[in-house]
Design a binder for this molecule. Structure first.
Ligand code: FAD
Length: 539
């Protein structure tokens, strides 16, 4: 197989144009080309109003590859294709009795459990929330009727925090073993659109993700795994530095010497219990801020110029950074084109925002977090759980500022920049449900963060015309950008620094940020657990 990089074709090219383009690029006869697959397709829209073309990476199969590779030896865009197929690292013996436990069924726990099940290890998954169908109802109860289910919501339940999301599936992690391809491949097998395998910024959208997750759960069960909902782990049985099992909220104890901790960033009670039991936990940086909403058409025009609204390009996104004069970095986070701002609390009396969209991304507004990076030493000294406490305080204050009924506090961007409370909306209608209470957001975050965001918005307006327009809406607050703790593991065995058999993983442990990287971490952890189980058996 040969890989061709950087093959460009016009935006509106028909599918049939690819084959002759490959033949021409490789200077071969059509009959020599046995087949090809698109590995990646992207477009470059950085130069506004110049022609946008699709840029392909293609893997091609030829009847005789050697002479072609020789002919193009000096051309770095034509190379042997790397092997991106996933090969399992282990196979469980049929008489293996011990079963690994996986706590949490977000993307990390899902891929840890699936990979373990595919290798024959029959994991037991313990998820505090409910299955996708019940969870969807519970989540809508908050958005529509202001009724929160603390164990079944945007953060907790089958599919984890990524279920009600934009389903963006890209990440900047280094992935030399192509685990990300396995994540995509499994999603496609479970019903995700095939294009996620090759478009440069793939996304699934909420509605499709729910179907994908439930079909992956069925595969885990068919392979001998078990998935238990309404099963909150409340304690850890640790003896002499080794995990021996866990206790559930109903008092049941489950014994295993191999426990994957795929908790997500909102399992504050579980972080506290781990710390209490002496598992090594440390504070880590995260970010706080607001969600911002603009008309999607404003972003499309700024980003795509004359191509705005082109069906091949879809709704445009953005990524912005500003280094404020008070030393803070302000950046856009989890941008959702054509989506909605959502109520993302898992705790009573708290308000926190995030963003989601459907596959079509055709809602009126674009939204993104506009957040400020914060650090333990500078902003929340006081121990491993100080970041959790800060999040709790800020989210409680946001609840009060929103009227103490799960509405969120909001302010127009122009008013925020001029430090003036807002009292009425302009053209942009905020999408957050159950509603936004306009006022002054200055009290919602520490002064340094307000100052930095105030400076950043006009700077962003220079990059995207209209970004700082008067009636763009800020909704507060964004606090769960990543985990406030790291449950540290050693780099080789991937076990907790001081608790053998405990495998901290995914976003909650500080080892992932986003669906794809959490899935990749789940695969790595599954491999580590499988390898350890086989080694311990032979010892
Ligand atoms: P989680 O997905 O948080 O899963 C952890 C699971 O553990 C939860 O289901 C929880 O119920 C369970 N759990 C916790 N404690 C216990 C316990 N004690 N016992 C049993 N179970 C427990 N990322 C992207 O890449 N693209 C996006 O478009 C995107 N959009 C998002 C939109 C929203 C609204 C939110 C909230 C997040 C979004 N994210 C997105 C972030 C992404 O969802 C997370 O990075 C990802 O889900 C982390 O995966 P995880 O498996 O590590 O943790």
């Amino acid at each position: 197989m040969i890989r061709i990089n950087e093959l460009q074709l016009p935006l509106d090219h028909p599918v049939e144009a690819l084959r002759p383009a490959i033949v021409a690029r490789l200077k071969i006869a059509d009959i020599e080309l046995l087949g090809f697959t698109v590995f990646k397709r992207s477009y470059d829209a950085r130069k506004k109003n110049s022609e946008i073309t699709f840029v392909y990476i293609l893997d091609v199969e030829l009847s005789n590859e050697a002479p072609v590779l020789k002919r193009f030896a000096k051309d770095h865009n034509i190379r042997p294709a790397p092997d991106t197929v996933y090969y399992p690292v282990a196979q469980a013996p049929t008489d293996l009795n011990e079963r690994p436990l996986v706590i949490g069924f977000g993307p990390c726990g899902l891929f840890a459990a699936l990979t373990l099940a595919q290798m024959g290890f029959k994991p037991i998954v313990l998820e505090r929330g409910r299955d996708v169908r019940s969870r969807t109802k519970d989540t809508w109860a908050l958005w529509r009727n202001k009724v929160l289910s603390p164990e079944s919501n945007v953060q907790f339940g089958e599919g984890g925090a990524g279920l009600f999301s934009d389903g963006k599936l890209y990440s900047q992690i280094k992935d030399p073993k192509f685990y990300g391809r396995k994540v995509m491949h499994e999603f496609v097998r479970a019903g995700a659109p095939e294009e996620i395998m090759f478009v440069s910024k793939p996304h699934i959208g909420t509605f499709r993700l729910t179907g994908v997750v439930s079909s992956m759960r069925e595969e885990i069960k068919a392979l001998g795994g078990e998935v238990r909902f309404d099963s909150r782990v409340t304690d850890f049985l640790i003896n002499d530095g080794r995990i021996e099992g866990v206790q559930l909220a109903d008092g049941e104890e489950l014994r295993s010497r191999y426990v994957v901790l795929a908790l997500g960033h909102s399992a504050r009670d579980t972080f506290r219990k781990l710390h209490e039991r002496g598992v090594y936990v440390e504070a880590k940086p995260f970010a706080i801020g607001f969600r911002i909403e603009h008309p999607q058409s404003l972003i499309d025009t700024a980003r795509l110029g004359k191509y705005a609204g082109h069906p091949q390009l879809g709704a445009a996104d953005y990524k912005l950074v500003h280094h404020a004069s008070n030393g803070r970095a302000v950046y856009s986070f989890c941008m959702c084109p054509g989506g909605m701002v959502v109520a993302a609390t898992s705790e009573p009396g708290r308000v926190v925002t995030n963003g989601m969209s459907q596959y079509s991304r055709n809602e009126r507004n674009a939204n993104a977090g506009i957040v400020v990076g914060i650090h333990p030493e500078q902003d929340f000294p006081g121990g491993p759980l100080a970041g959790v406490e800060l999040q709790e305080q800020l989210e409680s204050r946001a609840f009060e500022l929103g009227g103490s009924d799960y509405c969120a506090p909001g302010q127009l961007v122009g008013d925020f920049i001029r430090a003036k409370a807002s009292s009425s909306l302009g053209e942009v209608q905020p999408s957050y449900q159950p509603g936004v209470l306009l006022g002054d957001l200055a009290a919602a975050l520490p002064a340094y963060a307000i100052e930095a965001i105030r400076e950043a918005l006009p700077a962003f307006g220079k990059q995207i015309r209209g970004f700082d327009r008067q009636d763009a809406v800020l909704t507060g607050i964004e606090t769960r950008t990543s985990s406030p703790v790291r449950i540290k593991r050693d780099n080789i065995s991937l076990q907790s620094l001081n608790t053998r058999g405990l495998y901290p993983a995914g976003e909650g442990a500080g080892y992932a940020g986003g669906i794809l990287s959490a899935g990749v971490d789940g695969i790595k952890i599954a491999e580590a657990v499988a390898t350890a189980m086989l080694a311990d058996r032979q010892a």
